[in-house]
Design a protein around this ligand. Structure first.
Ligand SMILES: [Zn+2]
Length: 195
């Protein structure tokens, strides 16, 4: 197996990685940086894991993207506005939300499920400063890609029934993504939250 060595852009300490990951965590200064196109220090949070869960836990990376939206028109019948109501400002047709975009490799169904679940009910957790010895899954998509995918997540939330053509007129403006590591227990039926 090829070992990748890069230097921390903050403190110059070498970081060794045996897995193919586009983000690197410096154990020395705790700076996380990405090498996907550009090399850039990124903001991140590590959610603390639930110590009462004894099954093996892994950290999964997500891009958390703050998005402002305005729904101009929706011809989709049933429930579409209701779903977004919790994110809307008093009575208006605009609002803001954190869109969660899974950043590691997974099948499309799991990707959609996680994106929906976390975006519709944002996780609450306390943070920690390191990974506590837990494995973390490699990041496959860049922050820039995540900002584009946010649009897809937003539309998917609106869609009551998958596959039905949406006629939705909206504006979505997303800001820079932050990386959030959430602990999960990987089960046969998919990842189970462990925070
Ligand atoms: Zn460093």
């Amino acid at each position: 197996m090829k070992v990748v060595q890069v230097r921390c852009p903050n403190c110059s300490q070498p970081i060794y990685s045996k897995i193919k990951d586009i983000v690197f965590f410096c154990e020395n200064c705790k700076v996380l940086h990405i090498r996907g196109g550009e090399t850039k220090v990124i903001d991140y949070e590590i959610a603390d894991f639930n110590k009462t869960i004894t099954a093996e836990k892994k950290y999964m990376p997500f891009w958390r993207v703050w998005c402002n939206f305005t729904i101009n028109e929706s011809r989709v019948s049933g429930g579409t506005f209701r779903k977004m109501a919790q994110f809307m400002r008093g009575g208006g047709n605009s609002g803001s939300l954190f869109v969660f975009v899974p950043a590691s490799e997974m099948d499309v169904a799991t990707f959609k499920q996680l994106a929906m679940d976390l975006t519709m009910s944002p996780p609450r957790y306390s943070t920690r400063l390191d990974f506590g010895g837990l494995q973390r899954l490699p990041t496959k998509i860049t922050n820039g890609e995540a900002e584009n995918v946010s649009d897809f997540v937003f539309v998917t939330i609106q869609a009551d029934k998958p596959g039905i053509l949406q006629d939705l007129d909206y504006d979505l403006v997303c800001q820079e993504a932050r990386m959030v590591y959430l602990p999960f227990v990987v089960t046969e039926s998919g990842p189970r939250p462990a925070w």
